[in-house]
Unconditional design. Structure first.
Length: 425
């Protein structure tokens, strides 16, 4: 049967899985946003670079053509008209210099400028004019080729950047798919755990319902037993057919006390989950309980070995535990030998071990397995009075204060209850 603590454990187990799913989902969202942002940035960067490349290449080609045109235009131009052409050539050179960024392009431009410096002043009289003009044409051709190489180099860089971007997008997509798979796996696992928990809770509920029905049946049976003599004697008194009224009153009082005891035990069982806090000193409380049970244990040999220790619970709670356990030892004694009871208490780190052993009639293994069930009573042939609630109250009270208890017993040998209770700081 799944208990509330086990269900809580299931919830705790599911919490990290749910957190991992949320983290993976957050990673998916972050990667998706990064992919969108990266795509936009890469697209803008590629567009800007392509635009710059286009502008630079077109401008470089245009300036080379302008230089070629103006140089050839010098042929046959009167000396008074050469000044404006030379100014346009110088302006084209100045405009081209920022664009000379390719390998060897700036050096070629410098060489062209040197050739022009030698060509322009001697343009009218130099006998080697054709050779210098051919040199200028060669420089201009090399500038065009350099400009073309730079353009191709920039195009290659743009292509490489696009490929890198595609690889990055592929990796991001792969990571996103992995994260989606993780999210799906974790959510599927959480759903399976939830379904398992629901099934466990339903099974636990069915078991508890059966236990409740059995508990109600036993309790109703225990309450009917004292109710029968009360009703019978009351009917006889009402009919005037009873001679010994004192005897009838005694029977009714006994039955009423039995019912009151059952009701008090049921009430104690119902409140064991909400116990008052406090600190209980063990030695004086054991002495007080033994004094209260002096009549029940008058002919018993009680031996105590109690260390000076305190339990983290209210004195009334510890007193009820000891009272129920010692009452059981008194009720389930072996009539063929004197009752012996041993009470020990010692400190075990953060716990107090409280042990009660007796040499009573003992219990069978089956009875031991159900000893802490509410309203369960081992077979005693009706020779021992009781309602089967004493040990159930002990177990639930100890669970409520954070302790534990165990029972060992052998038929015709006796029983031993070990209670581990939290020590008071």
């Amino acid at each position: 049967m799944a208990s509330g603590d086990e269900n809580e454990g299931h919830d705790v187990d599911m919490a990290p899985s749910a957190r991992r799913a949320l983290i993976a989902l957050g990673v998916v969202v972050a990667i998706s946003l990064a992919m969108i942002g990266g795509t936009l940035v890469m697209a803008k960067h590629t567009t800007d670079r392509a635009h710059a490349l286009t502008e630079s290449s077109l401008r470089s080609a245009q300036l080379v053509d302008d230089l070629r045109h103006e140089i050839h235009h010098l042929e046959g131009v009167p000396p008074d008209a050469r000044s404006s052409i030379e100014q346009r050539i110088v302006a084209a050179l100045v405009a081209y210099r920022p664009l000379a960024t390719g390998p060897g392009e700036a050096a070629e431009l410098s060489r062209l400028e040197q050739q022009l410096d030698a060509f322009l002043p001697a343009a009218a009289t130099a006998p080697d004019r054709a050779a210098r003009l051919e040199q200028l044409e060669g420089s201009l051709e090399r500038l065009s080729e350099s400009n073309l190489r730079v353009a191709r180099w920039k195009v290659a860089r743009i292509d490489r950047a696009q490929r890198d971007g595609l690889v990055a997008q592929f990796l991001a997509t792969l990571i996103t798919l992995i994260c989606v798979g993780v999210v799906a796996t974790v959510l599927s696992r959480v759903m399976r755990r939830q379904r398992s928990l629901i099934r466990s809770n339903l099974e636990s509920l069915e078991v508890r319902n059966r236990e409740l029905a059995e508990f109600a049946r036993r309790t109703a049976h225990d309450l009917r037993q004292p109710l029968s003599p009360i009703r019978g004697y009351a009917d006889l008194l009402a009919e005037g057919a009873l001679v010994d009224v004192k005897h009838a009153a005694s029977k009714i009082r006994t039955a009423s006390n039995t019912m009151a005891e059952i009701i008090e035990n049921l009430l104690a069982l119902s409140v064991t989950g909400h116990l008052p806090a406090g600190v209980a000193s063990v030695p004086p409380l054991v002495r007080s309980i033994l004094d209260d049970l002096h009549t029940e244990l008058a002919d018993a040999a009680v031996r105590t070995e109690i260390e000076d220790c305190k339990v983290a619970c209210a004195p009334s709670v510890l007193g009820q535990l000891l009272h129920n356990v010692l009452t059981n030892a008194s009720k389930y004694r072996d009539r063929g030998r004197p009752l012996q009871v041993e009470i020990t208490a010692r400190v075990l780190g953060p716990e107090i071990e409280l042990k009660v052993a007796d040499n009573g009639i003992g219990m069978t293994p089956e009875a031991v397995a159900h000893a802490f069930d509410p309203a369960y009573r081992a077979s005693t042939d009706g020779t021992v009075a009781g309602h089967g609630l004493g040990l159930a109250i002990v177990k639930r009270a100890i669970d409520a204060i954070g302790g534990s208890c165990s029972l060992t017993s052998q038929a015709d040998r006796g029983s031993e209850i070990v209670m581990r209770l939290p020590a008071a700081s």
